[in-house]
Design a protein around this ligand. Structure first.
Ligand SMILES: [Zn+2]
Length: 63
């Protein structure tokens, strides 16, 4: 049985800039607008999971 689980979008702190909205360029060390949150410091996160549930028969399944 295939079961789909939808996680609705949640607002979370942007991990790339740690909520500051800015990231430092590794080479030039210039501050840039974070491209993951577009400078807002926060992002929405949603997820979709698919569970595949099947009967388990100890004698016939090779797990
Ligand atoms: Zn960010």
């Amino acid at each position: 049985m295939i079961q789909e689980i939808d996680k609705l979008p949640k607002i979370a702190l942007c991990r790339k800039c740690r909520g500051t909205g800015k990231v430092q360029d590794q080479e030039t060390l210039e501050e840039k607008v974070c491209d993951q949150c577009d400078g807002s410091g926060r992002v929405t996160v949603s997820a979709k999971m698919i569970l595949d549930i099947r009967p388990y028969h100890p004698k016939s399944n090779n797990l």
